[in-house]
Structure formats: C-alpha cells, structure tokens
Design a protein around this ligand. Sequence first.
Ligand code: ZN
Ligand code: ZN
Length: 392
Amino acid sequence: MKAVCWEGRKSVSVETVPDPSILNPKDAIVRVTSTAICGSDLHLYGGYVPAMKKGDILGHEFMGEVVEVGSAVTRLRLGDRVVVPFAISCGACYYCQQGLSSLCDDSNPNAWMAEKAAGYSGAGLFGYSHIYGGYAGGQAEYVRVPFADVGPLQVPDGIPDEQALFLSDIFPTGYAAAESCDVRPGDTIAVWGCGPVGQFAIRSCFLLGAERVLAIDSVPERLKMAKSGGAETIDETVLDVLDELSVRTGGRGPDACIDAVGMEAHDGISGIYDRVKQAARLETDRPIALRQAIQACGKGGVVSIPGVYVGVVDKLPIGAAFAKGLTFKMGQTHVHRAMKPLLDRIQRGEIDPSFVVTHRLSLEEAPEAYSKFARKEDGCVKVVLKPGVSVS
Ligand SMILES: [Zn+2]
Ligand SMILES: [Zn+2]
C-alpha cells in the first residue's frame, strides 16, 4: 500500500510499504477513505517530538471502511463506515472506565519511554512517535486499528466524509477546550491561534453559550475564518494583544483563555529569547501564547490548553496565575466520549465541520501539503488527503 512516511526533519515522502495485518484478535483493518494533516503533525514534521524513526507512517485523523476484523471483534462489521479517534484506548482499564480514554493504561507498549519523561504514560496514539507506542498512522491506504470495538464510531451514510472526519481529533479537541472553560451565559472567551483546533474551539464556545469570543492570530485567512464563525478578531501583528483584550472586556479581562497554539508559538522579543533557549536545548517548548493567556486572563478565570506541549518551558508567569486564582486545564482530549454527542450535533445541523477544509489533495501530494501547511501558504488551514484518488 501507499503511505505517508516521516523521513526526517521537514521531510515526508509517499512510500510503498507492506499492508497492515491483524496482529491481535481485537484489531480491525480499515481502508482509509479520508485522512487529514493535523497541526500537531507539524510538530513531528518540524522535528520537535523525540523518538520518531525514519519510515514511520504518519497520521491520526482518518476514517474509512472496515475491511477485516479479528476474531474477538464483536461490535464492528465488515463494510462499516467508521471514524477512528486519534487516541488508542482499551476501554477496560482504570482510566478508560472513568472516560479518561486518552490516559489509557494499556495501549502504549512503550510506556517506559513516556514514564521517563512524565512519570506515567498516557494512551498510545496513531502515527505519533515511539513514545506514544510507535503505531502506524492513518495517512495511508490501510491502517490497523487496535481495540476495534472501543474506538471507531460508525458513521451514518447521510454524513459525508468531510463532516465526520474531524470527529477523530480537532472537533472534539476544540470542543473539550471550550468545555474546560466552564462557559456561562454572557462569558467572553479569548482564543489564541486560529488554526483548525482554534476554529473548532471558537464555534464550540458559542455552542456552549458564550456571548463573545475574541480570536487572536496573525494570518489573515485564519482571522477571516474565525470571524465567519462569529468571533471578534485581533491581528497580533497590528494590535497589542494584552491591551486589546483588556480594553475589549471593559478592563476585566476574558473569563477564560484558550491556548490553541502550543509549543511552536512565535512572536516578538520573547519569541527570539525562546528560540535561542530552544536551540541551545535549555527549553523544549516555546510558550509565548501561554504566557499571554495567563497574563490576559481575568480573575478567577480558566486557562485551557489544547495546544500541544511535550517538554519544559521557561519564564512561565506562575505568580500572575496565583495572584488571579486561575485554573489550568490541559492535556490530550478524551476523544472517545466526545465523538457520539458531537456526531449528534452534526446530524442536528448545529455545525458543519467541513467549513475548515481549505485544501483537498491526493495522498501522493502529501509532501507538498505538509510544506504548504507548515508555511501557512496559500490560505492553508486544513488539508484533507484522499487515498486512492489520483492527483487533483
Ligand atoms: Zn490531530
Ligand atoms: Zn484503557
């Protein structure tokens, strides 16, 4: 089969690799009909996530048709159309039983690696380095899905791929980030980063009853998309973000702040400082958006962090967070429990997730797609790759 393989820093290629096969009776094989490139794939592309190996198959946002099932699979049937969550969960361990599926204790065979970094390991992830299990990802024609009765969600025929695909990650991730803000009617929420997760966070804040969302970014197309989702926008290249947030909230600050940027934020003097520290390996993540979010947040507010961090950061204003009594919520989304309720919202017409798609390409075009997405060129917000479809 054809698959998108990581070759090294800023390098991916489409290779012919062996088809996946059933390794465990609880596995299924899915023929991928649509797959997307995620902002967090860019952390792999940029070489910021350790324990990637040349030839690793990328991709954790995918859907398709079940073409093979192991002998212990009872819920999925051949021919089912499914969307698959990015985190792999057993459904039976202490954490899965509590609905904390991204913290599954049983799905990361390389838990020892994550334990070294974090004390305890979260769930295995598709296509996301050997720290998270070394599972082959879904930017491929076929993919092996472990614990097939637990994760994949059957998609009704009336829902096109582009509406269902983002249930794999960015829609639940944006939604959970908004949910973490404990939105009350009348609330104003600020969102850093108008990439795909930021876009879903903005719309989810409104679904949950926020009155205003203030969206911060520097890319005109992304700000435009945020605006069409109902947000008031702040172009950080033109305006002073902290001043602007204070003025626009009557001097009180946002009720909650969402950092949908994560570790590769860049800007201004502190951006240069972080780049130097990162290059010198004194710091692994650049927390510019997070610093601003803490500084901007109103008293008693929530800082919600769906943006990915992997290591340590420097100069975090913990004193400001303490002084204002802030609450922090973060981590990989417990995507399993979010998928069905969000599919229901799609079916009720409350949201059409396909709004975020700006580029539709064949699997073979993945190398150009990664480069374009990484540089935010050509208005690129979200790329969908269609395996088995020839060049567009
Ligand atoms: Zn993703
Ligand atoms: Zn589990």
